[in-house]
Design a protein around this ligand. Structure first.
Ligand code: AMP
Ligand code: ZN
Length: 112
């Protein structure tokens, strides 16, 4: 675990963050400052700094994160209206917490 990493603390249960989903590789929880009606984060237990630091071995984990995001979108009722699965990468890409995570954003416009 990386020291002083808020997401390491969260995934390891050291905060009172409520998980929406948890398995042996990832957890999901609501973003504390939502930018959309539904804004959740999918975070692996493994401390990887950013997409730039992914290795070939991590491909399955990344696929698992996407599939988890898809399932969470279904559970949150935004799968049919549509959603975004987003990685911010490094400071210029909007990343502020340097423990890799994927945003699920949706729920703006359910009509069309
Ligand atoms: P990023 O800008 O991609 O690094 O995203 C980090 C996200 O983590 C932001 O949307 C924050 O609102 C969110 N965040 C920071 N601290 C917490 C926390 N304790 N619980 C839930 N979400 C958090
Ligand atoms: Zn971490």
């Amino acid at each position: 675990m990386a020291e002083e990493c808020i997401f390491c603390n969260i995934v390891n249960g050291k905060t009172d963050t409520q998980f929406l989903y948890r398995d042996d590789r990832v957890v999901a929880f609501a973003d504390i400052h939502p930018h959309a009606p539904v804004h959740d984060l999918i975070v692996p237990f493994q401390h990887i700094r950013s997409v730039n630091d992914l290795q070939s071995l991590d491909q399955e984990l990344m696929a698992h994160m996407v599939m988890t995001g898809r399932e969470l979108a279904r559970q949150r009722g935004v799968d049919q209206s549509g959603y975004k699965l987003l990685f911010n990468v490094e400071w210029g890409g909007g990343q502020r917490i340097f423990h890799i995570h994927m945003h699920l954003l949706g729920g703006w416009d359910k009509e069309k």
